[in-house]
Design a protein around this ligand. Structure first.
Ligand SMILES: [Zn+2]
Length: 136
């Protein structure tokens, strides 16, 4: 399955579908679907089929999608939605202390997020600290 890459600035609802690997399969067809809604912003990846959606969700303010992915099954355009286009959308790759991992620190409208587990639990981490110091 693949979809067309949505235009930057448009408001969309993206539906993704994954095989349900949970033991208790009470969903009808063995698949679970997820939806993300927000404004399309440029992807941080240099791939013409990648696009990002700024959702404003605290856990995942920006979701990256690949239009060629079999998991992206549907894009709906939301007409008349508020155009809350990010004025500030940047990302940095930060190496872990042991140099074995690379985390992605993103800044959307002044709010930082990181892909490390520390951020997941504390909503702050040293990777964000390092980036904030660098860009200050
Ligand atoms: Zn981090």
């Amino acid at each position: 399955m693949s979809v067309n890459v949505p235009k930057i600035g448009s408001r969309v609802r993206v539906t993704t579908m994954y095989p349900n690997t949970v033991v208790y399969r009470n969903s009808d067809n063995g698949y679970v679907t997820y939806t993300r809604e927000g404004v399309v912003v440029p992807s941080i990846f240099r791939d013409p089929f990648m696009f990002a959606v700024e959702t404003g969700a605290p856990d995942h303010p920006v979701s990256e999608f690949n239009a060629k992915s079999q998991h992206v099954v549907k894009i709906e355009y939301i007409v008349g939605g508020a155009q809350q286009l990010a004025t500030d959308n940047k990302a940095w790759k930060v190496k872990s202390t042991d140099g074995k991992k690379v985390y992605l620190v993103q800044r959307v409208n002044g709010k930082f997020s990181c892909t490390c587990t520390g951020f997941e639990f504390r909503k702050d981490c040293k990777h964000i600290g390092a980036v904030a110091k660098k860009v200050a």
